[in-house]
Design a protein around this ligand. Structure first.
Ligand code: G16
Length: 544
């Protein structure tokens, strides 16, 4: 049996080049006739999924999710794919999708613009993950961009009506459409990694937690795992119903946007533990009572305490962090005698290291942490890891982090984001900085000696592929770092990110205020870049 296929003539769009994490654009851009179809056709052409192999499809439930999934299912059939696995209602968190792909699929299409707001006025996105469950590498996304730029037609099959809400198999002969519970396999995986008994006992003993799903994808996952399986009281998960516009919010788990959670954790009668995740469930923010854990510190603390968790009891093969992430985890790796890799920003760069067994944990300053259990960062996994560590150590989040600083020293760290900068102005900032790099080494700036200054280039230690121009770095002899790079996930103008870091190894002094400790370094970075005069912005849009 073959479906009736329509070959639709089209012409290429000029802007279908995937960024840090797939193609992210305003929703209205994706609503243009043929826009989504063109990109999906380019993905399917490059993925070249053979008959009999499965394609996983799911998204974070944002506006356009369901319609886009309908289109993708019809296009999959139109391109000879015979088995499509979809999360019920078209929903799958990014880490759950990664896990499903790893169960034997050829790859997956994930619909999400992550932490960017959703809705008709918000953002939409689409990306492809390969058979290892991870974001497609640059070698793949470059080919997709080339293909999209030359596309003249796409193929859609006419299918009978299908039901994305009915778990089970709908068999059309030429296509098996399998709708799965989006939570079940993921929740089962978490039970294999963590000591659910210890976490259950912690909660039963009165430990109070709050999880803010920000009206995004993790609500059903968190209710199942935290409330049903771990016995947290009903209501522990707030904003738990995924909504197409995330309730009008900005589903980014940080101190600015997770305001319901932050108010509670920093207020009177605060719970012991708070956490939030983002639009598609891969980011996390961890809070203790009136205490914020920076993502860079979180990675370091998890690495240092990994053997308290059943899945990592045997120790870590190695760790990795993205280049702009603070070097807190490097200190832990050195102490443990394991390798620490520095990759460009983008989860896809961890894939080869994880596949080759060279690392077990990895993370980024952008609120992402993960391990070899899937090939994406994983918000709820990080929450469970922290709960497992708290249960095993019998200490509060704050006690654990302060003990960590006392033991390893503290990496003071902040990020300035200048959002929606005209692209020309953003390029001028980078060009100005780049022009100075060669002359900086050896100079003493603000009392610190510049050890090196470069445009970060990464050679993948597994396949030897080179990714150049990944951010401008000024590295000082005392470990201080200033980094400038352009974001690859924005949808309006260009976002400049400036990262500042300095290390205080004197254990008695690991408790300075972050602002004043970094003030000199920030001043220096802003002066060197001349960012205020090029962008006409006196202050950043967001300070993370
Ligand atoms: C994506 C990537 C991350 C990256 C983040 C920010 O995360 O997967 O690796 O750190 O974007 O990237 P940029 O600094 O280029 O904006 P997410 O959660 O948005 O998918």
């Amino acid at each position: 049996m073959t479906p009736s296929i329509t070959v639709v003539p089209t012409s290429p769009f000029a802007d279908q080049r995937p960024g840090t994490s797939g193609l992210r654009k305003r929703t209205t851009v994706f609503q243009q006739p043929h826009y989504l179809e063109n990109f999906v056709q380019a993905l399917l052409d490059i993925a070249a999924i053979a008959p009999g192999q499965a394609l996983v499809v799911g998204g974070d439930g944002r506006f356009l999710n369901r319609e886009a999934i309908g289109t993708i299912v019809r296009m999959a059939a139109g391109n000879g794919i015979t088995h499509v696995v979809v999360g019920r209602g078209g929903l799958l968190s990014t880490p759950a999708a990664s896990h499903l792909i790893r169960q034997g699929a050829a790859g997956g299409i994930i619909l999400s613009a992550s932490h960017n707001p959703g809705g008709a006025d918000g953002d939409f996105g689409i990306k492809y993950n390969t058979a290892n469950g991870g974001p497609a590498p640059e070698s793949f996304t470059n080919k997709v961009a080339e293909r999209a730029a030359a596309l003249t037609e796409y193929r859609v099959a006419e299918l009978p009506a299908f039901d994305l809400d009915a778990v089970g198999v709908q068999d059309f002969g030429y296509l098996k459409l399998e709708v799965v519970d989006p939570v079940a396999a993921y929740a089962a995986l978490m039970e294999t990694l963590f000591d659910f008994g210890a976490i259950r006992a912690l909660i039963a003993g009165g430990f109070r937690l709050r999880f803010d799903a920000m009206h995004a994808i993790t609500g059903p996952y968190a209710v199942e795992i935290l409330e049903r399986r771990l016995g947290a009281p009903v209501g522990t998960v707030i904003n738990g119903t995924p909504l197409p516009d995330f309730g009008g919010g900005h589903p980014d788990p940080n101190l600015t946007y997770a305001h319901d959670l932050v108010e509670e954790l920093f207020g009177d009668n605060a719970p012991d533990f708070g956490a939030a995740s983002d639009g598609d469930g891969d980011r996390n923010m961890i809070l203790g009572q009136r205490f914020f854990v920076t993502p860079s510190d979180s990675l370091a603390v998890l690495a240092a305490n990994a053997t308290l968790v059943p899945a990592y009891r045997g120790g870590l093969a190695g760790v990795a962090r993205s280049m702009p992430t603070s070097a807190a985890v490097d200190v832990v790796a050195e102490r443990l005698g394991i390798p620490c890799f520095e990759t460009p920003t983008g989860w896809k760069f961890f894939g080869n290291l994880l596949d080759a067994g060279r690392i077990t944990l990895c993370g980024e300053e952008s609120f992402g942490t993960g391990s070899n259990h899937v090939r994406e960062k994983d918000g709820l996994w990080a929450v469970l890891f922290w709960l497992n560590v708290v249960a095993a150590r019998g200490e509060s989040v704050e006690q654990i982090v302060r003990a960590h600083w006392a033991e390893y020293g503290r990496n003071y760290y902040t990020r300035y984001d200048y959002e929606g900068v005209p692209t020309e102005a953003a390029n001028s900032v980078m060009a100005h900085l780049r022009s100075q790099l060669a002359s900086l080494p050896g100079q003493v700036l603000g009392g610190r000696v510049v050890k090196a200054a470069d445009d970060f280039s990464y050679t993948d230690p597994v396949d030897g592929s080179v990714s150049a121009k990944q951010g401008l770095r000024i590295l000082f002899a005392d470990g201080t770092r200033i980094v400038f790079r352009l974001s690859g996930t924005g949808t309006e103008g260009t976002t400049i990110r400036a990262y500042f870091e300095t290390i205080v190894v004197d254990r008695k002094h690991a408790e300075y205020p972050v602002d004043s400790t970094l003030a000199e370094v920030i001043k220096l970075g802003l002066e060197l870049s001349q960012i205020a005069s090029y962008t006409l912005r006196a202050t950043p849009t967001v300070i993370v």
